[in-house]
Design a binder for this molecule. Sequence first.
Ligand code: G3H
Ligand code: 13P
Ligand code: ZN
Length: 324
Amino acid sequence: MAVDYRDLGLVNTKEMFEKALAGGYAIPAYNFNNMEQLQAIVNACVETSSPVILQVSSGARNYANEIMLRHMAAGAVEMARAKGSNIPITLHLDHGANFELCVSCIEAGFSSVMIDGSAHSFEDNIALTKKVVEYARPRGVTVEGELGVLAGIEDEVSHETSSYTKPEEVEEFVERAGCDSLAISIGTSHGAYKFKVKSQVEVPPLRFDILEEIEKRLPGFPIVLHGASSVVPAFVDMINQYGGDLEGAVGVPEEQLRRAAKSAVCKINIDSDGRLAMTAIVRKFIAENPKEFDPRKYLGAARDALTELLKHKNENVVGSAGRA
Ligand code: G3H
Ligand code: 13P
Ligand code: ZN
């Protein structure tokens, strides 16, 4: 039996994006795969009074099970309400690779899906995105499409190189595909190795000229920025200090994300930073507490650090704090 996301207290992204566009901030879209990540996301967003998009990738779905993840998201809503918070919460499929996966998530209670047709030709991407929109719209589920290719590797979507979104294609794509938001490629990439530079100081600016051109062509239309982790140097250093090897890991400087959040970019995707924070704290905790073997101790410490990091993102990077 299909589950209606509204019965779980979830919302789609429509109103969130309208407010974010009008208010000059972005909604954080945080990936989760397990309970500690989800607790950190919900606690951070409740404490900062921020709307939030909970993202589930195909990898997360394979790891934790779609039904389990839906119940966890419903639990997150209930937990927020029990804390007296009414923050809007969306459950979103990240990088849906095909129509069947989007349908499965919609039927399972997701309130938003991404269909990532960016690896296909322009025409095939339009046809695939349109097919998902036609299924999702009558069910009140919002759809994110993608035009342009980000470098980096995801579980189901893999690209060696990036190609920036061509501004001259966006109007036709959005008009014909009918998607509710559009992910674009302006120089970010997935993972912890975004730029081949020696330090964060040398990171080249994102292609704000392309973003501005897209904004001109699609006035008032919600744009999505993937690959938006900053790859926080303090956590990279901590991982390396406690036995890890993340030489050359570099992300997008916060200043550039703040600038993007003030533009038509109204959804900012962050996954790697959460992974790095948890890994850094777990490594440090285990190294410093060799007699400890209770997972609650090291996962609890990792969860607390992640909560603080996400509060910082809401308050100082995406600007969503106080906007719920
Ligand atoms: O965009 C990719 C996300 O970081 C999800 O990564 O596919 O390894 O879960 P994953
Ligand atoms: P990061 O790897 O930069 O966190 O990007 C995550 C993302 O885009 C998820 O869709
Ligand atoms: Zn992504």
